[in-house]
Structures are given as C-alpha cells and as structure tokens.
Design a protein around this ligand. Structure first.
Ligand code: BGC
Length: 796
C-alpha cells in the first residue's frame, strides 16, 4: 500500500502524457495551489497540510457517502447531493456512472467547494464492468488466478474510463452454504483457493499502482465472515469460534490485504454477538494492528444505521460513534456520520483525532488514485463488445465449465463431446435462449444485447439440424405470486417478472421436439434476479418452477440427454445425477455464453473446470464442505477415510441420506484421463524448530501426472493434507496447493508443491499460528477425493 502512494505522484506526470487532452484540461481547471505543502510530492505532507485547513464539518464530509444513482440497498436517504458536495460535506458517491454524471459532481467539488477535494466514486464491478464475464463463483471454478486477474484488469480499464476509480470488489467471503444467494459472488468454500483468487482479483484491479489510468482501488468485501450467515439466510448473524474465524473465514481477506488492497467494506452481519460494522476485534485488532492495513474501511450500504436494529445502541449518535471508533471510516448511505459525528466531537464524546485519522486514510487513497491532479473523466466512445473483449470473455468462460458427469450410454458411448454423427439436436429449456440470464447476478452495466445465447450459437453451427423448444418458464405461478410482492429495481432498471407459460402444454411440445431428434440438450437453472445474489436466499435448491418436470419428461422419451446447468449456486442435482448421463455445470457464463458452451459441448475445448464448492445430495446436508473437522464417530462415506463401519448405528451420519457430496469440492471431468503416480516428499522428516524459525518451504511434494487418453487436456492438480495429531482438531482434509497442467496425449509432467509454515500451521488455543510435532497425510489428485498419497513428519 505504501509503495502505491509513493509512486502515485511520480506517475501522474506520465499519465498526463499518456491520457491525452482531457486530463491535461482537468489539471488546468484545478485551482492554483496556495499552500506549497499542498503541492508536495509527499502524499503524507499533502494530507497533513490539507487536514489543517479543514473545518470539522469538512472533515466529517469526507466520511460520508451517498448513492446518487440507482439503489443497491433499501431506501436512498438524501437527495441534496449538489448542495452537500458544494459545501464539502459529501466526499464520496456510489452508483454514479459515466463521464457526464461523474464530471457533474466532480466539477462542483473541484470548483465550488472551499477546499476543492475531489469526490471518490465507487461502484460494484463484480465480474466485468461493461464486458460481462462469468460470475465470480464460475471464475473460481477455473482454478486459474490469472483468469481472475485478467477479468479484473479489463474491468478496471472499463470502469476507470467510465469515471469510476474505486470498485466494491472482490467479494472474498467464504461461502459454505449455497442457501445463501451471495455464494454467486464468492470463490466458494475453501480458504486456500479463496485466498489465491483474492490476491489475483486485487492485483488485477490495482495493478500495483493506483495512479495508472488502467487501475482502480478495490474494496474487499464483506469484512468479515458475512458468508457464514446462520441457515444461509442473508444478513443473518454468524457465530463461530475465533479459531474458525481466523483459520477459515479471515484468510482470504488477509491475502487481499497482503496483496495491497486499498480499502475494505465492513459487513452487515454480527460476529459472535458484535456487529461486523462496529467490531473492534476484526476492524482494529486484526485488520489494522495485526495485518497492518493502512487503507480505509467503508461500511456496507446502511450498515452503520442498521446497528440500531442490531441493538448495540439506543440512538443514531451512539451507534455511529461505535462504528467510527471501531474503524469504519466511511458511512455508506447510513446518513449517521454526516448528522451526528461533528456534534459528538464538539461535546467531547469523540476525540477529534479519531475523525482526523479516518479522513487521513480516505485522503491518502484519493491522492494515490491521482484524483487531486486529474479529477475528471474524458467522454469516451460508446461501449462496444469488441472482438478482443469477446475473445477474452470466451476464453475465461471456457475454463469455468465443469463436466460433472459423462457416463457412456449403451450403443452410443459417451454423449460428450458431440460428434458429427449426431444428426438432429433438440435444444430445450428456459436457459437455452435467455440472454439476460447468461449475465448472472451483479451485472450492473451490462447489456443483454451483447450476449450470444446457446441457441444462437448452436443454430449457427447446426443450421436446420437444430430443433428448439423453451419447455417451460423459470418460475412457477406460485413463485411469481410470491415475488410480485417484492419490489426490486436492479441496476439495469428492470423490474422483471418472468413470464410463466402454460407449462403442461409447453412441456408436451418439448417432449415432441426431443422425440424428433437424436439427442436432447436441456439447459436449466434458476432466475438470476430473483433467486441469486443479495437478499436471495433459498431453502429449496432444485431447479425453479417446472424445470425438473421438464427434465424428467424429456428423459422419459429415451433420447440421450445432456443437462446444462446455468446457476449461480450449487443446486441439488440428485435426480439428474442418477438418471441423466451427461451433466455440464456452466454457471452464468457472461456475454460469450453460447460460444463457450458450444466449445465444450463439441470438444473444441476440453473442459478443465473443478468445483469450488460441494454439490449436495440434499439441502439438509448444508452447510456441506469437504474440510470438515473429525468426529468421534465417523461414518462410512465421510471424507475422513476411517474404516467402513456401516453396520453400526451410532455414527455421525444421516439415516436417510449419505454424508458425502453428490459432486465433491475439486471435482470435474475431462474428455481425456489423467493418471497420478505415487507422490513423493523431498524430505520425509523435518524438526519443528526449523519450520517455526524459517517460515519458508521445508519439503517439496512431487508427483508425475500423465495424460493417458487420446486428446490433449488441462488438469487442475490438487494437493491436500491432513494434520493427523494436533492440540486443536484439524480438518480431515485441507487444500494446500493447486496448479493447472496442460498435457498432450501420452505426455507426463512432474508437478511440485512446497510445504512450509504457511501450509502446515494452524491456530492453537492461545490464538497463535503454530506447528507441532505430528504426521501429515498428503494426497495429490484431481479432486478432494484424491487417493494417491504419502506422508510427512514434523519431529521434536
Ligand atoms: C451490498 C454490497 C455493495 C453495496 C453497494 C450492498 O447492498 O451488500 O456488496 O457493494 O450494496 O452497492
């Protein structure tokens, strides 16, 4: 973070040269600087000089943020934006997009306000800005941090060109319960994968230098543990041990901070009884003192005013003070900092130093972004999904597809990839030609017109060999009745009630269509705007509406069926898992949905995605994740690999369902096969003292991976460990390394993973990360079921 600030000033000169006339104009329009310290090259000197000139109201103004565009939360609370900006009482705005809109407010700030402090505009840029890529959960399924980095960088370029230098992204909440709709924005269930992705998103957005015209500041969200909402109900409390909090949930945020994240967003939930947006343990002790975070924290939408509902204070002034003192620097839409903080400073309730510190943090980021020197945005050409952007969106989407199942069918063989022998293809389902649904949740600035659907792409490839039937709607009449009472106008301005056709009739039509074809591709899912993302928790995790009925009716024709799942969360695919021979998990693939799906269906691209979250057999298993803690009575089917004991009743299991996932974490098939040799360790025993002292790799796990099939393919090689004896229970398996390896048919590659303090340590009861003498079991393979194993000892 520090280096970002230092480089900021030097680079602004270069940017002026690179960025053309509008930025030069912007500088020319900035006022002459009266105080020489305000023009210092040292950001801290400039910040201190400015702080000295600010009135208390102006200081507090820097801590206030309002949405002057569409609402991404309940009820916008202020409409006097021009006036507040002019008085220096509104330092940040969200949901204002585009050169014209942002420049409007920026001109007021720079020309009318007394101190000419620029506004920082923030926006949710979650999986693309104008160019919409697959949802984050899908990108996590690529297990390719470089893909995340490219998506983030492309989004940064587009956002900055649209007047947005600050994005509310990445979302790094660990999500282990797909009832929670926001799993769509996450990297799934695992802290190791989640941390790798978190780093990549931050690096892609920030480019290591906030002042570049192709970088934006991130706001890592939602700090903290928001994904552990009890029962998967959004905004619900979280309650967990401090060890679990640190070892599982906080890891990706920490990785993001280490990668230089400029800002963080505090979350809505409470953690062990203390709301996250007024939580001294997470916001002060851990974030600032232990991790050394020197950026600023913005609250989530209204999270400061919602502290009243959390009942930690009887009035707005009290809860605002608690939030500020805990370390929330900016109040998003809460309307409490602006109205209560100055008074409390004057009455001595809040030391002015607390306000000064929050202002400093915010001003430093504004300087680092170069906003003081080039506050305006040039009006660029209208967005166009150029061939380059499309190519990138397609490449990323290709990598996100997870082939869950591809069983041979009698007389046909494996259904996928489709061959030229397939004469007629019946494409069926409400997702097959649904452009808006391909964009996924949080696709604010996207346009369904940019989407190529599966139907459009298959029609291009197959001509009149393609038959099509929608089959049914995404919602049943009952769903639609419930949803019509929920008012929601998303960023696209759409208030969408999806049409519900007469299902009995349309399903019959779809069956007839399947009967006229050699194979049926059935594209099903859940409606993005209603069922996925924020405030979209579900208790039934099947396909919505009549889609399951449609699938069963099409399968009953006896025609071979390929199921394509288009959903933002793990769905329960129990019936399909048992009755449909081929299943492709395709998430929400973005603008290149059709071409990417066709790439995989036709085998132009060999699928390489792996599940970032377990797919359950039944909702009652949730929260279901592979890295469970051991029990005293493990059951057959647990990942603990304890001896089979299924005759015994008194086991930790369900009587009406297996414990295991239907498709486990890390799972994903290929059109080729990979063979894993016995893994080895470069050192089989290491003294504990060496690991504690050195904090660097102490042994290397090596394995040969061979492509034994007849086509090239990419395998995500995964390393899992189990700490078999420790003073605090450790998970039955934990991911501690992964890499993507591309192999030609017959080719073998040697893969190595380091193990050292970072991979082997855990939190002890004193809440200290440590390593103890023990034996680690090690597995390397293509999923969390990997069986090729070895071991490694830590000795006294
Ligand atoms: C969401 C955040 C988002 C914010 C601003 C909130 O409702 O929880 O993820 O960044 O709105 O749009």
């Amino acid at each position: 973070m520090k280096t970002l600030f230092v480089r900021a000033f030097l680079l602004s000169l270069l940017i002026l040269l690179l960025a053309g006339p509008d930025w030069a104009l912007a500088t020319a329009q900035s006022r002459p600087v009266p105080n020489p310290q305000l023009a210092s090259r040292d950001v801290d000197v400039r910040v201190e000089a400015l702080l000295k000139e600010m009135t208390l109201e102006e200081k507090v103004g820097q801590l206030v943020q309002f949405s002057a565009g569409y609402a991404t939360g309940p009820g916008a609370s202020n409409l006097r934006y021009d006036e507040l900006v002019g008085k220096g009482q509104l330092g940040s705005m969200l949901n204002v997009v585009g050169a014209e809109a942002t420049n409007h407010y920026q001109h007021i700030a720079m020309e009318k306000s007394r101190l000419h402090i620029p506004i920082i505009f923030g926006l949710d840029v979650i999986h693309g800005h104008r160019t919409t890529f697959p949802i984050p959960l899908a990108i996590a399924a690529s297990w390719d941090p470089d893909a995340a980095k490219l998506v983030a960088h492309t989004s940064a370029v587009e956002a900055r060109a649209d007047g947005v230098p600050w994005v509310f992204s990445p979302m790094v909440d660990i999500a282990r319960d797909p009832r929670w709709g926001r799993i769509v924005e996450s990297n799934g269930e695992d802290p190791y994968l989640g941390s790798a992705m978190a780093r990549a998103w931050v690096n892609g957005f920030q480019q290591g230098d906030l002042s570049r015209p192709d970088s934006v500041a991130v706001s890592v969200k939602h700090f903290a543990a928001y994904g552990a909402a009890i029962a998967g109900r959004d905004y619900n409390a979280t309650d967990m041990s401090e060890i679990t909090l640190r070892q599982v949930y906080l890891e990706p945020y920490h990785a993001a901070v280490e990668a230089g994240a400029a800002t963080m967003m505090s979350s809505f939930n409470s953690i062990n009884g203390i709301p996250a947006s007024a939580n001294p343990l997470t916001l002060t002790q851990i974030l600032r003192k232990e991790w050394g975070f020197d950026g600023f924290v913005v609250s989530d939408w209204g999270a400061v005013s919602e502290l009243l509902n959390h009942s930690i204070g009887a009035d707005g002034a009290t809860v605002a003070r608690k939030a500020l003192e805990a370390g929330v620097d900016m109040d998003m839409e809460g309307n409490l900092y602006g109205t209560t903080i100055a008074g409390q400073v004057r009455s001595g309730k809040i030391p002015e130093g607390v306000v000064d510190e929050a202002v400093r943090r915010i001003l430093r980021v504004k300087y680092a972004l170069g906003l003081f020197d080039h506050p305006y945005t040039a009006q660029g050409p209208a967005y166009e999904a150029t061939p380059e952007r499309r190519a990138l969106a397609r490449k990323v989407a290709d990598e996100t597809m997870v082939l869950l199942k591809n069983d041979p069918v009698e007389g046909v063989g494996s259904l996928l990839p489709l061959t030229s022998k397939t004469k007629k293809v019946a494409l069926i389902g409400p997702m097959a030609d649904n452009a808006a649904e391909m964009l996924g949740a949080w696709s604010g600035q996207s346009n369904p017109k940019d989407v190529i659907t599966l139907k459009a792409e298959l029609a291009r490839r197959l001509g009149d060999r393609l038959l099509y039937a929608e089959g049914c709607g995404l919602l049943s009449g009952e769903d639609a009745n419930v949803l019509k009472h929920v008012s929601f106008t998303g960023p696209t301005g759409a208030d969408e009630h999806l049409p519900v056709p007469d299902d009995a009739k349309t399903i019959a039509e779809a069956v007839a269509t399947a009967q006229n074809a050699d194979i049926a591709i059935v594209a099903l899912g859940e409606p993005t705007n209603w069922m996925e993302g924020e405030a979209s928790s579900r208790v039934h995790l099947g396909f919505t509406g009549s889609q399951e009925k449609l699938l069963e009716a099409v399968a009953a024709t006896g025609k071979p069926v390929v199921l394509v799942v288009l959903a933002g969360r793990p769905l329960v695919l129990k019936w399909a898992g048992a009755h449909v021979p081929a299943i492709l998990e395709a998430w929400s693939p973005g603008i290149e949905a059709g071409p990417a799906l066709a790439d995989v269906l036709f085998g132009d691209v060999n699928p390489s995605g792996k599940l970032p979250a377990s797919l359950p057999r039944a909702v009652g298993q949730e929260p279901l994740y592979y890295a469970q803690l051991p029990t005293g009575r493990p059951a057959h089917g647990d990942l603990s690999h304890m001896p089979r004991n299924s005759e015994e009743k008194f086991l930790s299991r369900y009587m009406d369902e297996e414990n295991s996932a239907l498709f486990p974490f890390g799972w994903g098939l290929s059109y080729t096969r990979f063979r894993y040799a016995q893994p080895t360790v470069s050192r089989a025993e290491v003294p504990v003292g060496e690991i504690l002292a050195e904090h660097k790799p102490v042994t290397m796990v090596g394995v040969d991976v061979t492509n034994t099939g007849s086509v090239a393919g990419t395998e995500v090689v995964q390393l899992y460990i189990r700490n078999t004896v420790a003073s605090v229970e450790q998970p039955v398996r934990e991911l501690k390394g992964f890499t993507r390896v591309t192999l030609a048919p017959g080719e073998t590659k040697h893969v190595e993973f380091p193990l050292g303090f970072d991979e082997l340590s855990f939190y002890n009861v004193e809440i200290r990360r440590t390593v103890e003498p023990t034996t680690y079991t090690i597995w390397v393979g293509g999923s969390s079921l990997a069986t090729a194993g070895t071991s490694f000892k830590v000795v006294e």
